[in-house]
Design a protein around this ligand. Sequence first.
Ligand code: GLU
Length: 325
Amino acid sequence: MTKQEDLQTVASSFQSFLEELHSKYNSLQDGSVANYIPELAKVNPDLFSICIATINGDVYEVGHYKELFTIQSISKVFVYGLALEDHRRDYLLTKVGVEPTGDGFNAIILDEKSKRPYNPMVNAGAIATTSLIKGSDATERLNRMLDMFQRYTAHNVFVDISVFTSERITGHRNRAMAHLMLHFGMIEQNIDEALDLYFQQCSVMVNCHDLAVMAATLANKGINPITGKQAVDSRYVKDILSVMYTCGMYNFAGEWAYKIGIPAKSGICGGIIAVIPGRMGIGVFSPRLDSRGNSVRGVKVCEELSQQFGLHLFDCSGNQLNLDS
Ligand code: GLU
């Protein structure tokens, strides 16, 4: 068999594996969709897709991978990258910490001593991060943010106005956090504008294919494997992946790091991105959530992929999946 034929065989058996994985967990109906933002409760709970993009730009996908949904908290990862580019690490660390917290993602709490929000993956930290995005006015800040997302997805992205409006109307906890941070000087600009930009970033529409390509971009030193263009300065990829690893999966982050061992971020939309540095990005979408806010099927799929292919960062078994050589 030539090397080319060999690779094709690996690719087609990997695609079959994904199809089997999808049908195995398709019958799992545990959990329920997020409903604290009324517009989100309208999602079809049965949607389910798994996508994997390699750093060479090959994409394996199964299920409803074209179905659009709002990115929600997964946006925090990418906006953190933009804020790092805008301000550099040392300044950002004075405004947002990098400590995991056992509190809920929407806890109205700051670090007692420093008055910083704990990390950029919880809402307070994300709102502070978003408030730092540069731009001469709200429109320029929004456009810079959308441009950033477009570098990762390789196509135009849009804000879902219904979800944005629903978030804006019901986001009282987020407003409370912003006021607390304004009081302690952690947010300086107009907080209504910062909150609007935060609600807009959560309401950016993506599909599961996009999630995998975005994750693969982080796996590929910040270079989008489809366009070959730099989406984020490679110097900051390790900062982004570190906070994903320690804080990305709500109050399951520790157990996730222990069992699954991959930098990841989930959102209450039911999406999960997971990054295997130097190899591939995983996207899973299934809106039914467990009590911590993570997609039930998404966690199962990532757990099985990690075990089957030795994807845990600290796995030394030599059992790693290789789709590229
Ligand atoms: N827009 C959501 C909020 O701030 C983000 C929730 C999430 O995905 O964790 O409540």
